[in-house]
Design a protein around this ligand. Structure first.
Ligand SMILES: *[C@@H]1O[C@H](CO)[C@@H](O)[C@H](O)[C@H]1NC(C)=O
Ligand SMILES: *[C@@H]1O[C@H](CO)[C@@H](O)[C@H](O)[C@H]1NC(C)=O
Length: 340
């Protein structure tokens, strides 16, 4: 016979075990719920329209979705680049029954974006807004025209495309429409060198939240993607003006290829995730900055937020801010050489 004391400690440990079991089960459940609950999105049979589709992430998304059976229209400004890119998308296609086309258009105005969507052979049901590009630099060096350019290239392209697409989808009663916006890691955090770009990417997050809510009216789903460094032609362009201190904080090795990003992005869409990331650092920033946006994996997101709660202040204080303080002297010397 066990005494009172023995019995109570045994039941205490079984209560603790049961509680632990409940936590594990709910974590497993909440991480698979989206998968069990909703029907999985499929590219097969869709008509996908991709801005920024002639290179980098946009082209990789187009190729991947073509390989999964989607009709694809890629869009960018330069016809010569599009002609080459459309060949790559055709080569990736699952069958020769798919329609693979291109539209040359400048989507940085509403008129251009509307024309681009109207030029498609049929109304697209899935739209990826991948056009954009950073021009990094120090805030005090950048001009009004740099900021205006950022607003056009990094926000207006997505705003105009989403506006034209939502109009076409809603008014043509497209079933299961989808709009995918592309933000960035610096759409979740602020970082030295990105004052011309990051705030636009924050705006895209805001646009995604606004549209997620309003486009429920038409059954159009919305996703936002937050990539870190992508090894793409866009990065080479960024490299031309990126301050050394920004490169140092980012690290030169950390990054993914466009194909890796496209794969992770599509996986997130198939799972029905609202905010999608493809690297652990950005995932920490996502859960920390979730606000009122839907979580991807209920309790797992909350558990990851606990890690972020410790890791982010450590990173900010002891790595990023410290590196910037160390850079003050060098920066002051280069400032002194500039005309006032
Ligand atoms: C995809 O293209 C094929 C071939 O042109 C066409 O029959 C089909 O209706 C298209 N599907 C969509 C969703 O546009
Ligand atoms: C960008 O510059 C960094 C060094 O500043 C270099 O390591 C990296 O390979 C460059 N990337 C591209 C795509 O040019």
């Amino acid at each position: 016979m066990t005494g009172i004391h023995g019995l109570s400690s045994a039941s205490a440990s079984s209560v603790a075990l049961a509680a632990l079991g409940a936590v594990v089960i709910s974590i497993v459940l909440s991480s698979t719920m989206g998968f069990l609950g909703g029907k999985k999105w499929k590219a097969q049979g869709k008509h996908v329209f991709v801005t920024g589709g002639s290179q980098g992430l946009g082209l990789a998304v187009a190729e991947l979705l073509a390989s999964k059976g989607a009709n694809v229209t890629i869009c960018s400004r330069t016809e010569s680049k599009l002609r080459e890119a459309v060949g790559r998308v055709k080569a990736a296609a699952k069958s020769d029954q798919q329609t693979i086309e291109y539209v040359a258009a400048d989507v940085s105005t509403f008129e251009g974006a509307k024309k681009a969507i109207a030029s498609c052979s049929s109304v697209p049901d899935t739209v990826f807004c991948c056009a954009g590009g950073a021009k990094p630099g120090f805030f005090i060096d950048q001009t009004e025209s740099d900021f205006e350019h950022g607003m056009r290239t990094d926000y207006w392209t997505s705003l105009g495309t989403a506006h034209a697409a939502a109009n076409a989808m809603a008014r043509n009663k497209v079933v299961d429409g989808k709009i995918v916006l592309v933000s960035s890691t610096v759409g979740l955090i602020g970082l030295i060198g990105y004052s011309q770009y990051g705030p636009m990417k924050h705006a895209i997050r805001g646009l995604a939240e606004s549209l997620r809510s309003e486009l429920i009216l038409y059954g159009i789903s919305v996703h936002a993607y937050f990539p870190g460094t992508i090894f793409s032609p866009g990065l080479e362009e960024e490299n031309k003006t990126k301050p050394k201190i920004t490169v140092e904080i980012e690290g030169t090795e950390d990054g993914s290829t466009p194909a890796q990003c496209a794969k992770g992005l599509i996986k997130g869409i198939e799972r029905g995730h609202f905010f999608i990331t493809t690297d652990f650092g950005t995932e920490l920033f996502r859960v920390a900055a979730l606000g009122a946006a839907p979580a991807n994996r209920g309790l797992v997101d909350r558990a990851t937020a606990l890690i972020a709660w410790i890791a982010i202040p450590v990173w900010r204080t002891f790595i990023a801010d410290r590196m910037i303080k160390k850079h003050r002297k060098e920066h002051a010397q280069s400032l002194a050489q500039q005309p006032k």
